[in-house]
Design a binder for this molecule. Structure first.
Ligand code: SME
Length: 169
């Protein structure tokens, strides 16, 4: 498969700076600028949960990362909603009508369709998801999902998940 223009542009951006925070920030902006009829684009990142009921082995959760669009939910339980389902099942979720998806989390009540794609570490475990929403029903095609999986594969090849933590003096 030939690499899409978006994947090529993502490649250039991440080559310039592969630290996860600037890389994901610029890819979110790239997709936001490039895709029509999209109401939210962003990443949620896996973090060990903060649940106090089982402090020894808290369930992981997804925490809001770099995005473009309206204010969004900050934490999503692993396995919940479209994002949590994508992360927990390690599968792309192409949802033509979010209102028909059991447990959909409505950060924006105007959202009607979405696509969510998992991102992996070099060893293959899920570390984040890319979430793109639209106010139109059935906005995303199977071809869109394949193109976005190509962008995600480009991110996975180049990104450095360890390279950035803010310095606390
Ligand atoms: N729709 C998502 C929640 C995230 S927001 O849409 C930004 C879901 O059900 O996982």
């Amino acid at each position: 498969m030939t690499q899409s223009l978006l994947a090529k542009q993502a490649y250039e951006l991440i080559q310039a700076d592969s630290s996860w925070l600037p890389a994901l920030s610029n890819v979110a902006a790239l997709l936001w600028e490039s895709m029509d009829n999209v109401s939210w684009v962003g990443f949620y990142l896996k973090q060990n949960g903060t649940s106090t009921s089982m402090p020894s082995s808290p369930a992981p959760e997804l925490v809001l990362g770099p995005f473009q669009g309206k204010i969004a939910c900050t934490r999503i339980a692993w396995g919940k909603g479209v994002c949590g389902t994508s992360a927990a099942t390690n599968t792309t979720q192409l949802v033509s009508d979010v209102h028909a998806f059991p447990g959909h989390i409505a950060c924006d009540s105007a959202s009607n369709s979405e696509v969510v794609i998992p991102l992996h570490t070099a060893s293959g475990s899920v570390i984040a998801v890319l979430d793109i929403d639209s106010t139109s029903l059935s906005r995303f095609s199977v071809q869109d999902a394949a193109m976005l999986e190509d962008v995600v594969a480009t991110i996975e090849k180049l990104i450095d998940w360890t390279a950035f933590e803010p310095q606390i003096d």
